[in-house]
Design a protein around this ligand. Sequence first.
Ligand code: PMP
Length: 420
Amino acid sequence: EKRQSDKAIALEAQYGAHNYHPLPVVLSRGEGVYVWDVDGQKYYDFLSAYSAVNQGHCHPKIIGALTEQAQKLTLTSRAFYNDRLGEYEKYLCEFFGYDKVLPMNTGAEAVETAIKLGRKWGYEKKGIPDGRAKVIVCLNNFHGRTITIISASNDPVATEHFGPFTPGIVPIPYNDLEALEAAMGPDVAAFLVEPIQGEAGVNVPDADYLQKAHAICKEHNVLLMADEVQTGIARTGRLLASCGNCDCPEKNCSGTPDVKPDVLILGKAISGGVLPVSAVLANDPVMEVIRPGNHGSTFGGNPLACAVATAALEVVAEERLAEKADALGRLFREKMQEIIDDTDLVRLVRGKGLLNAIVIDDSEDSSTAWEICLALKENGLLAKPTHGNIIRFAPPLVMTEEELLDCLSIIRKTLLEYQQ
Ligand code: PMP
């Protein structure tokens, strides 16, 4: 009996605009890798709010920082300074190895900020005539939901009838260096790319894709802007997915500039999913084109966000979450492959660190991924299909090996039950 859940879902359906298609589960509590619904049912969270809750739900250190700061000062706007801001910005710049940071709130807002930055840089530093700057993007990207960002999308559900769109966007296939080379030109200011495409179904490009793409960008004096909103903050087994395969799970690759994006876009897990916090980082020669009054946000860099995000990043370092995600991810894919070999439903598993997906076999119905997610929910694990017949698995990185193995046995059991 799910009376409370049913009531909450009905209420939402009556008053909430239809902007999502959620799994029918109503959560009211979370702790670490677990969440509970309003009827008291306990689940493993295997999505982490699309990779925002990397540090686990209600991490005591982050919540401690939140409550402490909330009693002192929450918002000044940027009309004034606040005592946390400079400290936070220094911490962030040192953590990721950049000169400057522009603090924002949501992922989409940070991507918009990066596009503005790229265009103005193109005008001032590359001499692109005013109003002509182009940004190259990849097909099947997901960068958010604002007009300019959906102007870069080829997903009909996200774009249809929302026009007119923002001009100056050049889409090319993902993981295609020849297409990137061919799209280059004097008016191109930036290449905006996800190091792994998350929403598109966890598309992992060739290991040297980003590095080679960056070399092409440099050759044409174009900024490489990495959208690490989903892949960043230890999710893929490195602090940043753009670190590639280097041996520094805790620290950014500031020593190897070939894989260091010119513009780094972060969101989601930068606050451990506690508050909307995002950031755009770049070095001075790029960031200096943003001058007082050019850009801003009432909530960007608020003291509450500064306190929370600092604590959330400290957790990433202290608990060595990148290293954990790397080891657990390898174990997950190995065990998942065994499950795939023992069942007929799934074609493959792919991913990096703890950002993984299974692709349902082509012979299956298009609703199979959704139905499997419903069945996983009944067995105590919450996951969600991405585009097509693909299920993304992205648990909090604080998961133990024992818990991960328990989750894998739930997945095995669910797939075996489903195929009968
Ligand atoms: N960029 C990427 C790569 C994302 O995955 C997302 C969210 N799924 C966004 C941007 C947008 O972030 P937000 O929902 O916070 O606006």
